[in-house]
Write a protein that binds this ligand. Structure first.
Ligand code: UDP
Length: 331
């Protein structure tokens, strides 16, 4: 057991964090999972609790972190990650991307561990360069409703790079584009759980704006493989990982209607402020340096995700609050 690699995963009870826990447990790592459970759920990781190489710390990473013993890797994945979440909890969103990463980097320095941070396509804001390459600096409104997330993630990249250059810490920065799959929260406001939840409840699908805005959706297992390859690589600059297959939100709604067989139609609502008009990753670097390529196309990934949502209880489906941005925006 002594020779097991030891990895700390923050945000471990969330969508991506819990898939990372599963992945590293399968690779026979010792996984130290940390989460304050504000947006994460223990349901996502409870199957791991009986394992001797898994431990859970109910802790807010924005406060001082202590982990005993050695650490090889730290993955910082704690953060609210949907527009509804960061409208609801803006201050925590800013804190986890700033104080949270500072604590992780300090711990990494102490333990001589390598850190990988979850950054995001949101650092590009509403992009004027398409598809987005890593060299693009972005088009972000710091004081708009998305500013708390976008700027926290940008600060997180800057802080990580400073620890790399000033302290010589081993760091990795992944820019994650829209990712989907089982364990997304039905009520997190993101478009896929919103549409599938609406179809399952027999409600109309709410398209924000005219639906011409685009996104590029990556299935979760592809992303996790990309994270792993980047972690083990020797590349410290930011790297995009996502699926470049781009689709408009209107066409995406049509795909969900077909997948679910719902009789409901689409209804149009106001576009949230600063909603990016287009988003597609340029993944040349990941292809060349990590030999990484997404394997699951949207048809297959959506089917797997729909099967997961169908398996949830009627209770889970009904207690979902409706997708209402207006409620959280103070004018
Ligand atoms: N969206 C929508 N209807 C919904 C939820 C989201 O039309 O019920 C749109 C949203 O305005 C955005 C896109 O779908 O243009 C993706 O939204 P999401 O919140 O999933 O992620 P984002 O990429 O904007 O962070």
């Amino acid at each position: 057991m002594e020779d097991r690699k030891r990895i700390l995963i923050t945000g471990a009870a969330g969508f991506l964090g819990s898939h990372l826990c599963d992945f590293f447990i399968k690779k026979d790592y010792h996984v130290i999972a940390m989460d304050n459970l504000i947006t994460g759920s223990l349901k996502n990781i409870e199957h791991l609790f009986p394992l001797e190489n898994f431990e859970f710390h109910h802790h807010d990473v924005s406060k001082f972190i202590h982990v005993s013993g050695e650490l090889d890797y730290i993955l910082h994945f704690a953060s609210p990650a949907s527009p509804i979440d960061y409208l609801k909890i803006p201050i925590q969103t800013l804190k986890v991307g700033s104080l949270g990463i500072h604590n992780c980097l300090g711990l990494a320095k102490e333990k001589n561990a390598r850190v990988l941070i979850a950054s995001t396509s949101e650092v590009y804001g509403d992009p004027e360069v398409h598809p987005q390459v890593e060299e693009y600096w972005g088009h972000v409104n710091p004081v708009g409703p998305r500013g708390v997330y976008d700027e926290a993630k940008r600060f997180q990249e800057a802080m990580t790079m400073a620890y790399h250059t000033f302290h010589g810490l081993e760091t990795r920065i992944i820019r994650i584009f829209n990712t989907y799959g089982p364990r997304m929260r039905l009520n997190d406001g993101r478009v896929l759980p919103a549409f599938i939840g609406q179809a399952l409840r027999g409600e109309d699908l709410t398209i924000f704006g005219d639906g011409s805005q685009t996104r590029s959706f990556c299935y979760v297992s592809d992303l996790i493989e990309g994270i792993y390859r980047l972690l083990l690589s020797d590349y410290h600059m930011p790297m995009n990982v996502g699926n470049p297959s781009e689709i408009s939100i209107k066409d995406f709604a049509d795909e969900i209607i077909e997948l679910t067989g719902t009789d409901q139609k689409v209804v149009y609502k106001d576009l949230p402020v600063n909603d990016p008009k287009q988003r597609r990753p340029d993944i040349t670097k990941a292809r060349e340096m990590l030999k990484w390529e997404p394997k699951i196309d949207r048809a297959e990934g959506l089917k797997l995700t729909y099967d997961y949502f169908k398996s949830l209880s009627q209770d889970d489906l009904l207690k979902t609050e409706h997708n209402n941005f207006e409620k959280y925006i103070k004018h």
